[in-house]
Design a protein around this ligand. Structure first.
Ligand SMILES: [Zn+2]
Length: 454
């Protein structure tokens, strides 16, 4: 440009330009999803910083985060990196420490009274499939044209590998994306970009989808744009549900109860977590499904070691027990057995079992113990945030009194909301209880309701 038209020497040449919201050109692959994904990550961060209750977060996620990629997903595929992104986003929305849940667990939470999440990866794959089979079916002719051109102008290697465009293009054409979706998300194995596109689970689900549609069409997989697809009601919704069924199946080895069982074995040691010992996670989860509000999520997070303790979150400064055990770590493994937590539980609530398996609801489960776990969960996290923000400084002499008061007050507030009765809390009475094991008498207790000392 400089030597031929010197006056145009400052002209900028880009390898992709935007047309109707999509980048087109040899370098469009890296640009196309960049904007929408940035927006998606931003919205998840907004949800995180708003610190709203988790069911509001979930509603926000389904209605404001999932649809962001919908427009681009009609012509572009997501790949396995976005499955990881979705898992991170869902942990953030539920404020759960990383790896508390497996990816499929998020889509089972509605069974225990939790929110029903949508998967943006599966929604995007369904949108691409719908475009390929109903909306833009001319991709078959485009592929034919590209094949003729490739034979004429490209090397034998391109024809052999099925790459019908020059190496300078950083991503497959829209036509190839649509072909890939129509062929069940597996496409041509030799395709040079296939490695980053699909996941084995998506391919498996795509194969099942093809099979299912073929069955509906007298055993023949219908052609794109055929009457079958044109007349299919709610095609995209139907595709979404079939893909969900196969990507996140509700099978024994993926069910939430097997994960809870496995985690509880480590969490409750040395107590034996086994069916012979009366532990029935299945029954506990069934009972949990009858609860409403956030109880289910809090209890399941407890069984899955999902308290945001400094040990669990791998914080630089791992505290000791926030309830005053000097040589014990701030970790849920300790809190299950923590004598101070147990004492607070017994002081505040009546009918608390000595057996942690019963106390934490996995043996002889009761709605009452679920409600207590929910209170403990909230109280612990309120205390943890006071410690994190520096309002409670563990180097001060009186920190423990403040910690117990915060814990007890939050516990009582939540118990009030859940309709569980509690004893009035006073530090003096609690310390007396720690020393003597004597619970305040009911008469004193009545008075204490009016003058809660902290
Ligand atoms: Zn402790």
């Amino acid at each position: 440009m400089e030597s031929n038209i010197p006056s145009w020497s400052l002209l900028q040449i880009e390898d992709a330009a935007k047309l109707l919201g999509f980048y087109v050109g040899p370098g469009c692959g890296k640009l196309n999803f960049a904007g929408p994904l940035e927006k998606l990550v931003g919205r998840v961060k907004d949800i995180k910083s708003a610190a709203a209750p988790t069911h509001i977060n979930a509603y926000d996620y389904n209605s404001r985060v999932c649809p962001i990629l919908g427009y681009h997903a009609q012509l572009l595929p997501l790949d396995k990196r976005h499955f990881l992104l979705e898992r991170i986003a869902l942990h953030t929305v539920l404020r759960a420490p990383w790896n508390t849940f497996r990816h499929s667990d998020f889509f089972q939470l509605h069974k225990i009274g939790g929110p029903k999440f949508r998967s943006f990866n599966v929604a995007c794959a369904s949108a691409l499939y719908r475009t390929a089979t109903r909306t833009v079916c001319s991709w078959q002719e485009w592929i034919e044209q590209m094949t003729i051109n490739a034979k004429e102008h490209l090397s034998v290697r391109h024809a052999a590998t099925g790459q019908l465009y020059p190496d300078c293009w950083d991503s497959p054409s829209f036509a190839h994306n649509l072909k890939w979706a129509f062929e069940g998300f597996g496409g041509d194995e030799t395709h040079h970009t296939i490695m980053i596109r699909g996941t084995p689970r998506l391919l498996k689900a795509g194969t099942a989808l093809k099979h299912c549609l073929a069955t509906k069409n007298s055993g023949v997989y219908p052609a794109p744009g055929s009457e079958f697809f044109r007349n299919f009601r709610s095609l995209q919704k139907h595709v979404y549900s079939i893909l969900m069924e196969h990507i996140f199946p509700d099978e024994p080895h993926t069910q939430l109860n097997s994960l809870c069982f496995g985690r509880c074995i480590k969490l409750f040691a040395p107590y034996e977590v086994s069916t012979e010992n009366g532990v029935d996670v299945n029954a506990a989860l069934n009972l949990l499904s009858t609860t409403s509000g956030p109880i289910g999520i809090k209890v399941v997070k407890t069984w899955l070691n999902g308290w945001a303790t400094s040990h669990r979150m791998h914080e630089d400064n791992v505290h000791c027990c926030l309830l005053g055990c000097r040589d014990e770590q701030d970790s849920l493994n300790h809190y299950i057995h923590c004598p101070h937590l147990f004492a607070l539980q017994r002081f505040l609530f009546s009918g608390i079992s000595e057996n942690p398996l019963i106390r934490f609801g996995i043996q002889t489960p009761e709605i009452f113990s679920f409600k207590v776990i929910s209170c403990l969960f909230s109280a612990y996290h309120a205390l943890k945030s006071e410690v994190r923000s520096g309002k409670i400084n563990m180097h001060y002499q009186t920190w423990l009194q403040s910690a117990w008061s915060v814990f007890a007050n939050v516990c009582k507030a939540e118990a009030g909301e859940l309709g569980v009765s509690t004893r009035a809390f006073s530090l003096v009475k609690f310390i007396d209880f720690l020393i003597t094991g004597r619970l305040p008498s009911p008469t004193n207790n009545l008075l204490l309701h009016d003058h809660i000392e902290t």
